[in-house]
Design a binder for this molecule. Structure first.
Ligand SMILES: [Fe+2]
Length: 164
């Protein structure tokens, strides 16, 4: 069964938390991506991040953005001629640790993902979000959103559990 499309809040949380695996992976002492002596982040940070958030009870509709954001970069580099130029130097270096651009077969398979469009949109926001001058709501705003979302999800799961 195809899952329902993600809600705006699920997309925002997925975008906000998509790189949490770098922090979790390094904190857990996992392998690091290193180029020319520069630590770029945790190896497989997309998987580490998705699993970390799943343990905190974020649903697959959120963790999918985390798990697939590297695939989205690999897809866009393979299919959009101008995309590579939008990547930061660090993102270009991590791409080398992430198997580089997708093959045609990988891209065809990735395009079947039920959240494909939303994941690509999120990836493009990620490139725009690297502007240090960008004006954003304070971190407290997103903290409240995360906690509220988890409370709502837990209440919905609890309610669904009682009906069974
Ligand atoms: Fe990332």
């Amino acid at each position: 069964m195809t899952p329902p499309p993600p809600t705006p809040k699920q997309i925002i949380l997925g975008a906000l938390l998509h790189d949490v695996g770098h922090l979790a992976g390094i904190r857990e002492g996992g392998a690091r991506m290193i180029t020319k002596g520069v630590v770029l982040g945790a190896v497989n940070h997309e998987v580490i991040g998705a699993e970390y958030l799943a343990r905190l009870r974020f649903p697959p509709a959120v963790t999918a953005f985390v798990r697939r954001h590297v695939q989205a970069k690999r897809f866009l580099v393979a299919t959009d001629a101008g995309y590579y130029e939008t990547l930061t130097e660090a993102s270009r270096m991590t791409l080398e640790h992430q198997e580089g651009p997708m093959t045609e077969e990988e891209a065809r398979s990735f395009a079947q993902d039920p959240q494909f469009d939303a994941i690509l949109r999120m990836r493009r926001w990620d490139e725009k979000a690297k502007d240090p001058e960008a004006v954003t709501p304070p971190l407290e705003h997103y903290k409240d959103m995360c906690l509220g979302f988890l409370r709502e999800s837990e209440a919905a799961a609890s309610k669904a559990g009682k009906k069974i």
